[in-house]
Structures are given as structure tokens and as C-alpha cells.
Design a protein. Structure first.
Length: 468
């Protein structure tokens, strides 16, 4: 058992690397010796796990004293790793750091401020000094383009190929590495946000900024590097957020713990000789099999060369309808090559974690589903279409722009017959069930089944989605 004292704390100057600009800049006021910055964790190069925790008292301008008793005695000359893992730690064992919930303030970033210093253990010694290197980056940005109070109240998510929501602490090697990629919640769309980032391993990375109604990007040409402060000469980086387009509806929806999507702006429709399109409005349905465009297909339909996959095929044989892997609906939507159909599990997650209710939009019955983080009260009872009633003008101008999705009761198709229009909604998943059936959601005015199963040859509606 050895008592250790950590005596000094230092952060090197940082450089901002974004776009084609390179500026040396001073880090914002992130110095550790302040109230609440009171825990150091100790690891050793010859031992797995945390060897002990040091607690600090008082404040200082450039250094601070930390003391504590190790639970395991290091070997002589063993390298010690001193971890500072953010403000307000309680001393409990830490192996994973969660960066996912940030609010954009500089004070909040201190909770994610991580740094590591080293020293060599000498038997009998109790006093040590170390210099800490910051193992994260800070980005200071402003996402513009939000026009009103409703838009500025939207939650902005930061994500990308090299954006991590968690990091793993390795006490033996003295490293902190990104573990889980996902979405960083940066709070509402207000100006001047600070975000702590886990360094990436790529030479270039694009950060994506998404809210219910807007999207924007920024590229860091040299990736996300530790000890960097990304800003524009200490002012906020400017990121222009644009309205959602390309057939995509507003609204962000979680379909798993790690996946978020946007819906297409209408049900999938097909016209022979012309091809695929999305319905003009979310509430539009074909209503019959003789319409100009149809919208109820056998499971696994796509516009391949074989009748087996053709969207107008109505053969009463379940074995004739098969899933064609990644080609399902993707190769035939010009410009829309990243759309996909929910799996059964994703439908269940969506309906199990979202607020939804029976609704009537104009003369169209269906269900409305609220996007993540939208604060709106609706009637969630499943007993009447008129529980939530809106005109089409109200839908087009007030509800759809804030990201609400409407799934109309498009009915079903058996061969060329189309019953249940405006009384039942049935939407395919990509999940088979045995040799003849497939999973889909099913709803009526007084019932909802998020995992129904039926014959593949029967026609069902399709609402495609794409990853955020």
C-alpha cells in the first residue's frame, strides 16, 4: 500500500485544423485546478485494471495536490499512468466514458475533459509529479439556418464515420480509445456550442450535424486529433444547416440504441413503364390496383428482370416472393440508392420507444409518430381515428415541418383486390417468418400489432427510411 501525490497539471497549446485553415489557438479555460475536479485514477504497465484513486483538495493556478492509497502495490520501476477523467467523478471504478449527452456549454465540456500523465514507480517513494496530455479535442461551432423558435428548439445531433459516443480506458497501457460510434446529443440549436470529441484514426473525417428539420456538414482534413481546439480564430466555426430534401421527410427517429433514421416523405409507389417514386404527401394512398401508380406489393418486390420480383406480380404463391438482399428497392430509385426497409426488430423498437397515436389528416386515417425529442402532447389511446384530427393544411404547415410522420391506412391487396383502404394499415418489414410468411406492422382504429405475420404474396404498403 503506497500513498501517492500528484503535484502538477499542464495542457499543451492546441492548433485548429479545419477545412483549409490552420491556426494556432489557445485552449478555452479548461485548467483542471477548480472546484469539482477532484479525482485521478492510477494504472500500472504491469497490472490490469485500476490500481487506486487519488482525491484532490483545494484549487490552484497551475497545480493541485492529489493523494490516496493504492489497492495494489506496483512493481519497482513500473510505469504508472495517471488518468484525469473529467469533472465531478465520485471515485468509483471507470472503464468506459460516455460522451453521448452533451449540452453545448463550455462548463459541460469539463465533464468530458480527459488527460493522461505518466511516472515511474520507485519502491518507498510517495511523492510524484506528472504533466498531463489532453486525450480529447474540443470543437466550437455554430449551426446557422434556424429561422424560428420551433426550429431553434430542435435537438442537434453530431455524428459521422469517426464520431464516437463512448471511449474505453485501458489502465495498463495508459490509453483512451474510441469504442462506440454513434450520435452526440449537443442540445438545442442555439448559437456557440462546445463539444468534446474523441480523436479519430482517419486522415480526413466529415462531421454531420442533424436536427429534425435541418442538416449540415463540416470536414476536418486531418481527422479529429487530440489536444486540438477546432474554432475559427477563437470564434465559432460556421456550419450552414439546410432544409431536408431528396425525398426525405423531416424528423429523426431511433430504431435501435445506436441507429437513427429519417423516413421518406411518402409511401413507395410504382407505375409500369415509368418506375418508382414516393407519394407526393405522406397521407396519399393509391386506393386500388388499377390506379395510375400502385402502392401495395408482395414481400421482397423490386423491379428486377424476372416476374418473380416485379412490383405488379400478383401470383398467389408464397414461394414466388423472395428477398433479394441489398437490391431491394435500392437499384431502381434514381438518386435514392441508400433507402431501406425496417426489420421487424426495428419496427418494434420504433413503436416501443416513440410516442404515436391514431389520427385523421383531412379524410385520411392512419397513425402519427413523433420524432425523438419533440415535446408535443397527443392522444395516445388506440381506440379511434379521430383521437388526433388535423386538416391537410395543418399537417403540411405545422406538423410535418417539425418531423412528425404519418402512416396512412393504405389497406392491403389480395391478387388484384384492394380491401381495407382507410380502415387498416399494413407495412412490410424485411424480416421473413418461416418459408411462406413475412413480418409487418398492422393497425386499425382500435388496435396496433408491431410484429404481425402473413402470406408473402399479399400486397402491403412500404415506407422506406435512410440512415441519418
Amino acid at each position: 500500500m503506497k500513498k501517492l501525490l500528484v503535484l502538477s497539471f499542464l495542457l499543451a497549446s492546441a492548433a485548429a485544423l479545419f477545412g483549409q485553415t490552420l491556426e494556432a489557438e489557445r485552449l478555452p479555460d479548461m485548467n483542471m485546478p477548480r472546484a469539482g475536479h477532484n479525482m485521478f485514477y492510477v494504472g500500472g504497465s504491469e497490472h490490469a485494471g485500476c490500481l487506486g484513486v487519488l482525491g484532490g483538495t483545494g484549487t490552484g493556478t497551475g497545480s493541485m495536490t492529489f493523494s490516496g492509497t493504492l489497492t495494489t502495490t506496483p512493481n519497482d520501476n513500473e510505469t504508472l499512468h495517471f488518468f484525469y477523467l473529467g469533472k465531478g467523478r465520485d471515485g468509483s471504478a471507470v472503464s468506459t466514458l460516455d460522451f453521448s449527452m452533451q449540452d453545448g456549454t463550455l462548463e459541460n465540456v469539463t465533464n468530458y475533459h480527459i488527460a493522461v500523465g505518466d511516472g515511474s514507480y520507485t519502491s518507498g517513494a510517495v511523492n510524484y509529479a506528472t504533466t498531463l496530455d489532453m486525450k480529447m479535442a474540443i470543437a466550437y461551432f455554430n449551426v446557422s439556418g434556424y429561422q424560428n423558435a420551433s426550429e431553434t428548439a430542435e435537438t442537434v445531433y453530431l455524428h459521422g464515420e469517426d464520431v464516437y459516443t463512448t471511449a474505453t480506458v485501458d489502465y495498463q497501457t495508459g490509453t483512451i480509445t474510441g469504442a462506440t460510434k454513434g450520435y452526440l446529443n449537443t442540445g438545442t440549436a442555439t448559437a456557440g456550442k462546445y463539444v468534446a470529441l474523441i480523436p479519430s484514426v482517419t486522415t480526413e473525417t466529415t462531421l454531420k450535424f442533424d436536427s429534425n428539420s435541418k442538416t449540415g456538414t463540416m470536414t476536418f482534413l486531418r481527422g479529429i486529433q487530440e489536444k486540438k481546439y477546432y474554432s475559427n480564430n477563437n470564434a465559432a466555426l460556421s456550419i450552414e444547416a439546410n432544409a431536408i430534401s431528396d425525398g426525405t421527410a423531416s424528423g429523426i427517429f431511433s430504431v435501435s440504441e445506436t441507429r437513427k433514421v429519417r423516413f421518406s416523405h411518402g409511401n413507395l409507389q410504382y407505375k409500369n413503364g415509368i418506375g418508382w417514386r414516393f407519394a407526393e404527401h405522406q397521407y396519399n394512398v393509391a386506393g386500388s390496383w388499377t390506379s395510375d401508380y400502385v402502392d401495395l406489393y408482395g414481400w421482397g418486390t423490386w423491379s428486377g428482370t424476372s416476374e418473380q420480383w416485379h412490383p405488379l406480380t400478383i401470383i398467389d404463391d408464397n414461394s414466388y416472393y423472395t428477398w433479394n438482399g441489398d437490391e431491394y428497392f435500392k437499384a431502381t430509385l434514381d438518386g435514392y440508392n441508400d433507402w431501406f426497409t425496417f426489420s421487424d426488430t426495428e419496427w418494434q423498437y420504433l413503436l416501443g420507444h416513440s410516442t404515436y397515436g391514431m389520427a385523421q389528416v383531412g379524410n385520411y386515417n392512419g397513425i402519427i409518430i413523433l420524432p425523438d425529442n419533440l415535446d408535443l402532447t397527443i392522444n395516445t389511446n388506440h381506440n379511434n381515428w379521430t383521437n388526433n384530427t388535423y386538416t391537410t393544411d395543418e399537417w403540411d404547415n405545422n406538423l410535418e415541418p417539425v418531423g412528425i410522420v404519418f402512416l396512412p391506412a393504405a389497406g392491403a391487396r389480395h391478387e388484384s383486390s384492394v380491401p381495407y383502404v382507410n380502415s387498416h394499415g399494413m407495412y412490410w418489414s424485411s424480416t421473413p417468418n418461416g418459408a411462406t410468411d413475412a413480418k409487418h406492422i398492422w393497425f386499425s382504429s382500435n388496435s396496433m400489432n408491431s410484429s404481425y405475420s402473413y402470406d408473402r404474396y399479399d400486397g402491403r404498403a412500404v415506407r422506406l427510411v435512410r440512415d441519418l
